[in-house]
Design a protein around this ligand. Structure first.
Ligand code: ATP
Ligand code: MG
Length: 212
């Protein structure tokens, strides 16, 4: 009796699945999440005079042949030193409720359920580099489906992510989400995505939609 287990509380790996995979019935929600994030960053870029009204842009690119998707904005980006803390952690939002659209700190991971690699590429004004954070969605699925091992959620985050940096021009500032090997045909169906975005997008999409 009285076998006191003297360890700190832990959170198992399945929490990652609960938070990021299959949050909504309609997979097109991922576009809403990425456009919301871009719109929040654009508000900040305008507030700090990095962008003038009218210069903001969100480009959604759907490449049906390569089965890839990209959602890119020209707003604040994320400084190199903050990339790990902001993009690798879960539920650590930097945002203020009521001020920003996002607040849960998980929306950007919605793409994990529908691709093999989820990549965030970002550059911050004044820094001569870009950071590239890659989430290996297939490895994440394999780890979660392996019922023999019961890893900690945070251990799994370290295993499935990596960050690289490359040269970039000093004055570049952007955030780009790339999904590779998209598994869902619906996400690559331009008409269907366009219909969805015209209902939910917080911004006028007519001028910022590009397809290949
Ligand atoms: N386009 C972007 N430009 C700059 N920073 C971004 C961008 N997208 C995401 N981020 C940063 O990454 C963080 C996490 O994004 P994520 O979408 O996961 O959470 P959130 O937007 O804070 O909340 P929610 O889960 O409600 O969307 C954001 O708080 C923001 O700091
Ligand atoms: Mg968000």
């Amino acid at each position: 009796m009285n076998d006191k287990v003297n360890t700190a509380p832990q959170i198992g790996k399945d929490v990652i699945e609960s938070l990021t995979l299959g949050m909504y019935e309609d997979c097109r929600f991922i576009y809403r999440e990425y456009i919301q994030n871009a719109a929040d960053a654009i508000d900040k870029a305008i507030d700090c005079a990095l962008l003038k009204k009218g210069e903001e842009a969100i480009h959604v690119r759907i490449d049906k042949d390569k089965r890839s998707i990209s959602v890119q904005d020209n707003a604040t980006g994320i400084p190199k030193d903050k990339v790990m803390a902001i993009l690798r952690n879960i539920a650590h939002s930097t945002k203020k409720r009521g001020e920003d659209k996002g607040f849960r700190g998980i929306g950007r991971l919605g793409g994990l359920g529908y691709c093999s690699k989820l990549i965030f590429e970002t550059s911050y004004y004044g820094e001569p580099i870009k950071s590239i954070m890659t989430w290996d969605a297939n490895l994440l699925k394999n780890i979660i489906n392996d019922r023999e091992n019961s890893e900690e959620a945070t251990e799994v985050l370290s295993k499935v992510t990596k960050v690289e940096t490359e040269k970039e021009s000093d004055d570049a500032h952007y955030f780009n989400v790339i999904m590779e090997d998209v598994s869902s045909d619906e996400l690559l169906d331009i008409e269907s995505v366009y219909d969805y975005l015209s209902m939910v997008a917080p911004v006028d999409i007519s001028s910022s939609f590009i397809f290949r």
